[in-house]
Design a protein around this ligand. Structure first.
Ligand code: KIV
Length: 275
């Protein structure tokens, strides 16, 4: 069990304050995506500190190529399923594309819906310097905001694909400026995605708020993985992923065994029938 875990056993819940304390004490913490009640309950009981209802649900749950089409209503629905299961982990709802860009008023409205209807305790949104004013406005309504800089999947068309960001002097400076802007705007933490490990190390050392890495090396204050990558539920995973289980193979084996038992009339047996 992580140290954030031990601290929050006394406090009952992981909070934005316990994550700040974890950073001050140099204690790493874990974040996993979750999209439904069953897995959220398992991860919460296993001691995962933060459950992120990521807009990656577009890819891994809805089978889409990008995260752009997922709607605010869909995100709120899945956030509600996860929030209902979490008794200890901090629940963060991801703001989907179109729910916060371009209009701080819309952003505030969307963030409040995530909390009020979804049960999120915080929201996450992608963007650096360009998102700073939006973060400030949401934080001004007392909704905690997690930033997200580097490889931001909602910017796939600007980036020209899912490419590592922050390479070269100009790229590094841009991401440093993005991370600083997110912190100055009042975010309580920031996801660093898809960037060289030494840049993530530099950002982590400079910022007072916790950084949470994904494809950003070992120096970040916390680490996040998409649950389908962790559990082997995808056909393909990026090279930075460590797969901790092969649930895909287990599920396939179980489904085949069931189909075979039905075909051969081995299931249901007498013990499975009501009398
Ligand atoms: O949507 C998501 O799952 C994310 C994580 C990869 C950080 O943003």
């Amino acid at each position: 069990m992580s140290t954030v875990n031990q601290a929050s056993r006394r406090e009952h819940r992981v909070s934005v304050r316990s994550l700040a304390r974890a950073k001050r004490r140099g204690e790493p913490f874990s974040m996993l995506t979750a999209y439904d009640h069953a897995f959220a309950r398992i991860f919460d009981a296993a001691g995962i500190d933060v459950l992120l209802v990521g807009d990656s649900l577009a890819n891994v749950v809805q089978g889409l190529d990008t995260t752009l089409p997922v709607t605010l209503d869909e995100m709120i629905y899945h956030t509600r399923l996860v929030a209902r299961a979490a008794t200890r982990a901090l629940v963060v709802g991801d703001m989907p594309f179109g729910s916060f860009q371009g209009s701080p008023e819309r952003a505030v409205e969307s963030a409040i819906r995530m909390v009020k209807e979804g049960g999120a305790q915080a929201v996450k949104l992608e963007g650096g310097v360009g998102a700073a004013e939006t973060i400030r406005r949401i934080v001004g309504t007392d909704v905690p905001v997690m930033g997200h800089v580097g490889l931001t999947p909602q910017s796939v068309h600007r980036m020209g694909g899912y490419r590592v960001q922050g390479r070269g002097d100009a790229g590094r400076e841009r991401l440093l400026a993005d991370a600083r802007a997110v912190e100055e705007a009042g975010a309580f933490a920031v996801v660093l995605e898809g960037m060289p490990a030494d840049l993530a190390r530099e950002i982590t050392a400079e910022l007072a708020i916790p950084t949470i890495g994904i494809g950003a090396g070992a120096a970040c204050d916390g680490q996040v993985l998409v649950m389908h990558d962790l559990l082997g539920l995808n056909d393909w995973s990026p090279s930075f992923v460590k797969q901790y289980a092969d649930l895909g193979a287990l599920a396939s084996k179980a489904a085949r065994a069931f189909a075979d038992d039905v075909a051969s009339r081995k299931f249901p047996g007498d013990e499975h029938c009501y009398r």
